[in-house]
Design a protein around this ligand. Structure first.
Ligand code: S3P
Length: 182
């Protein structure tokens, strides 16, 4: 795909676990001809251990502190596309920094999609290991969707092809390109 005109600020993807932030983010960055960084991966690199290990050894508050520091650094480094972990945008300081420095895109998914996608990679998400994943995701939807709704752009994602979601994000980010077919 030809590189499109790029937003002049980093694109930050937010949404719940299983919304497809990393997959969409990687393809979006390729389409825009820019770089992609996954905040969870950057946290794992900074900590030198997996996310379940961080939760187990140091607890969720320590994870959130590290997440805040890493995400604020990624925003300062001005990458092209940044996928945030599902809880990051809920943090007021991260939200403020995203608002100031980036354009945010909420990948909004229905419960079945989230349950199906997260079930494909069990054991990687400590929050979902605390009980029934469907119940936990439903509860997180209720609590977090009003916060994700503060994102600049909302794009729905479901069981359909990822490329359709990428195209939709691109057309919302670069409406002029979509009109001219550039
Ligand atoms: C979390 C989501 C995870 C990861 C951590 C906590 C959350 O990221 O940051 O397990 O609070 O929703 P993904 O959304 O990339 O799975």
């Amino acid at each position: 795909m030809q590189a499109k005109r790029r937003p002049d600020r980093p694109v930050v993807l937010v949404g719940l676990m299983g919304a497809g932030k990393s997959t969409v983010g990687r393809r979006l960055a390729a389409a825009l001809g820019t770089d992609f960084v996954d905040a969870d991966e950057a946290i794992v690199t900074a900590a030198g251990m997996s996310i379940p290990e961080i939760f187990e050894r140091y607890g969720e508050p320590a994870f959130r502190d590290l997440e805040r520091r890493v995400v604020l650094r990624l925003l300062r480094e001005a990458h092209g596309v940044i996928a945030l972990g599902g809880g990051a945008f809920v943090d007021p300081e991260i939200r403020r920094a995203v608002r100031e420095r980036a354009v945010s895109v909420w990948l909004r998914a229905d419960l079945d999609t989230l349950v199906g996608r997260t079930a494909r990679k069990p054991g990687r998400r400590p929050l979902l290991m605390r009980g029934d994943p469907r119940e936990i995701l439903a509860e997180l939807m209720e609590r977090r969707y009003p916060v994700y709704a503060e994102a600049d752009i909302t794009v729905d994602t479901g069981p359909g092809p990822v490329d359709r979601v990428v195209e939709e994000v691109l057309s919302r980010l670069c409406p002029a390109d979509a009109e001219t077919g550039r």
